[in-house]
Design a binder for this molecule. Sequence first.
Ligand SMILES: [Zn+2]
Ligand SMILES: [Zn+2]
Length: 367
Amino acid sequence: MRAAVLFSPHEPLRIEDVETPAVLEPNEVRVATAAVGLCHSDLHVIDGRVARPMPIVLGHEASGIVSEVGSAVEDVAVGDHVIACFVVFCGACRMCRAGRPAMCQDREATMRAPGAEPRLSQRGAEVQQWTNIAGFAEEMVLHRNAVTVIDRRMPLDLAAMLGCAVATGVGSARKVARVAEGDHVVVIGAGGVGLNVCQGAALAGAATVIAIDRSDERLRLAQERFGATHGINTSEVADAAAAVRALTDGGADHVFEAVGVPGLIGIALDATARGGSVWAVGVFGDEAEIAFPAGHLHAGKGVQGVRAGSLEPQKDLPRLVEEYLAGRLELDALAGRRIPLEQINDGIADLEAGVGARTLVVFQPIE
Ligand SMILES: [Zn+2]
Ligand SMILES: [Zn+2]
């Protein structure tokens, strides 16, 4: 099958033949990929900010149709439509047993054992499977817990986006922060994740959802399609935190940092009401350090990290599908260009330039 392979950072992906095993392990499924989204975390590997062994097949938010299941898989069947999501969980560790699969402590258990035939290879040499998914490929061999079966009425191209930006954004607001009816909410950064934090806060009944960004286009999208009630453009407003305090009678209950810039945490705390919370959703570099005045702690404010919106794939992804089919969840405005695998480097260039909405690689119709 064909896949887009990264051989070293800063190089274009190369479309090459890659082999998957002829025989599945008992707990695996084989999926014909329908669509895969291009996401900033993929770009971080391409531009070298995140170091990974090469060659590697990237792509971690995919959808597809199951073509084969391993002998021990009883709850997924050939023909099922699935979302392949990077929250792959072992199902047995302390975190999984506590119903917190996004915190799984034993991801090795969802990979093939060292020495076994790799899930991806070229002429006998292993090719790495990014986040246990590797969706930039016509076919995926995955651990059963990497896939969630969804309603067949769900368009598969849009479904691909649910596993990353939507799950993280909506989950951060609804599941992690537990935004309540009437809350004042601020979202710093109106990209794919930030727009979905706005959407999650609106779905939870927030009274005020203030999006903060440097782009008028994104702020308009946040307000017209994703439930934001206000937009603050930081290239026009010098003190965004003061603007938030003025709009919210003293500060927001929840402020989400969805960019990943350490200095924004201080601004977020300045925009937070006494007793309120700052949620660090953005991906900071591993070496990044965050400093803020300790007085915020005496005001009862907290800063809390967020991991994958605390996604429970088997429970949350079908719910998001249901909400889309019922017309309550915005997805169409998130999707940008649909391109074939051959044009994936154009999509990566869009991502680097920060152009428009989510680019989707769409594969041949398989039904
Ligand atoms: Zn992603
Ligand atoms: Zn686990």
